[in-house]
Design a protein around this ligand. Structure first.
Ligand SMILES: Cc1cc2nc3c(=O)[nH]c(=O)nc-3n(C[C@H](O)[C@H](O)[C@H](O)COP(=O)(O)O)c2cc1C
Length: 74
């Protein structure tokens, strides 16, 4: 994960919080989501979305992004 996200999660364990995570990458998510879950064992992870790019073209469909946003809004 990006260093700023790691710092935030180190300082805020998000205990009992509902958490929705998205990440961006150029084809390699790595273990970002697993790492975030391990860092916040008492958070409630609800939605997770990986937004994948190929150079400047977004490969994840806009529909998926909209679904993610609508689930959070609900
Ligand atoms: C130092 C660093 C190097 C990265 N290198 C790659 C890479 O080679 N390929 C790639 O697809 N993503 C790369 N990423 C993006 C990470 O996969 C991405 O940061 C992670 O999925 C979390 O998403 P976010 O930065 O949107 O929070 C890199 C991120 C960082 C911080």
């Amino acid at each position: 994960m990006a260093p700023a996200t790691r710092s935030f999660l180190t300082e805020n364990a998000l205990k009992d919080k509902k958490v929705c995570v998205f990440a961006t990458n150029g084809g390699w998510l790595g273990h970002t989501f697993e790492d975030i879950k391990k860092m916040c064992p008492n958070a409630k992870f609800e939605e997770m979305l990986n937004v994948e790019f190929d150079e400047d073209v977004m490969r994840t469909s806009e529909k998926k992004v909209e679904e993610f946003i609508n689930k959070i809004k609900a």
